[in-house]
Write a protein that binds this ligand. Structure first.
Ligand SMILES: [Zn+2]
Length: 307
């Protein structure tokens, strides 16, 4: 069954400056690899609607939503922190980025597709229920998971986060929520340095030191994630798909390569087929080396769709 490829032109309009690594070029680099490889021909493309406030408020506080809406600039920029900057296009981009996850959940629950990759930005996993930070405004993956839980009445969903940074926002959104199991690894110490020792029994978030290679990360997946995920029996799997742990990505010092992303993805595809009718919603998070990003997403999508 074809994989859905969800993206929106507004994701390319949010531009925080030519110096900023979280750039519109990221979406283009992914698209280029999909075209050059011929894989795009095997994907079904879809365009999301902007999410309404109702969807955002399943995860975020009204104060946070109002802060973002009230400060969305009509001209110029509004800085939330030194590198999380709202432009005139940011709110629209953030709404369609989150909308991609909602659309993916709908399509997968309707059964037309098993897997979806959302090539969207701004990313989301650092956005906490009450705060934007770390290039993130709304927590896209958390909004999608909360939608699946509440509207489709799922009882158990898994969120996998293989971005190099700690998904602090997602962790805060779902810590101790028995309907969610979150599994991640992340470089530590590294931004956002909000590591907590005991975040909740449903959190399998494993800090690793700089220099960790893909083979060591595979051991974490095999020994720490998969036994707990198999026991949990998720009905849908969400992936915060960041590709900044790649060895070519200069934002971090982990040493993953494309094959590592393909392998982790195939493990999750196998699990999804056993427990979740194959359903996986993957959403782009980080990944700042444009070449490595494009190649890694290609490997990820090939594994998602078994191409
Ligand atoms: Zn990251």
């Amino acid at each position: 069954m074809d994989t859905l490829y969800i993206t929106h032109p507004d994701c390319g309009l949010h531009n925080m400056g030519s110096w900023h690594p979280e750039s519109p070029d990221r979406i283009d680099a992914i698209h280029d690899q999909l075209v050059a490889s011929g894989v795009l021909d095997f994907l079904v493309q879809a365009i999301p609607d902007p999410v309404s406030d109702e969807h955002i408020l399943r995860v975020h506080t009204p104060e946070h939503l109002n802060h973002i809406k009230n400060n969305a600039p009509v001209e110029g920029t509004y800085s939330i922190d030194a590198d999380t900057i709202m432009t005139t296009h940011t709110l629209a981009a953030a709404r369609v980025a989150a909308g991609a996850g909602v659309l993916a959940v709908d399509r997968l629950m309707q059964g037309s597709h098993k897997t979806a990759f959302c090539s969207v930005r701004p990313p989301g996993h650092h956005a906490e229920p009450d705060a934007a930070m770390g290039f993130c405004f709304f927590n896209n993956i958390a909004i999608a998971a909360a939608y699946a839980l509440e509207v489709y009445d799922l009882k158990r969903v898994a969120i996998i986060d293989f971005d190099v940074h700690h998904g602090n926002g997602t962790e805060r959104a779902f810590a101790n929520d028995p309907r969610v199991m979150m599994c991640s690894f992340y470089q530590h110490p590294l931004y956002p340095d909000r590591h907590v020792e005991n975040p909740g029994a449903n959190m399998v978030n494993v800090p690793v030191p700089a220099g960790t290679r893909g083979s060591d990360l595979s051991q974490i997946v095999t020994n720490q994630w998969m036994p707990k995920l198999s026991q949990f029996q998720p009905q849908m799997i969400f992936i915060s798909a960041g590709f900044d742990a790649h060895r070519e990505d200069e934002i971090s010092q982990l040493r993953m390569v494309e094959d590592d992303y393909a392998w982790i993805t195939s493990q999750l595809v196998d699990l999804a087929e056993q427990t979740a009718n194959g359903r996986i919603v993957s959403m782009l998070e980080g990944g700042y080396s444009l070449s490595a990003l494009g190649r890694s997403v290609l490997a990820h999508i090939r594994a998602l769709s078994k191409l």
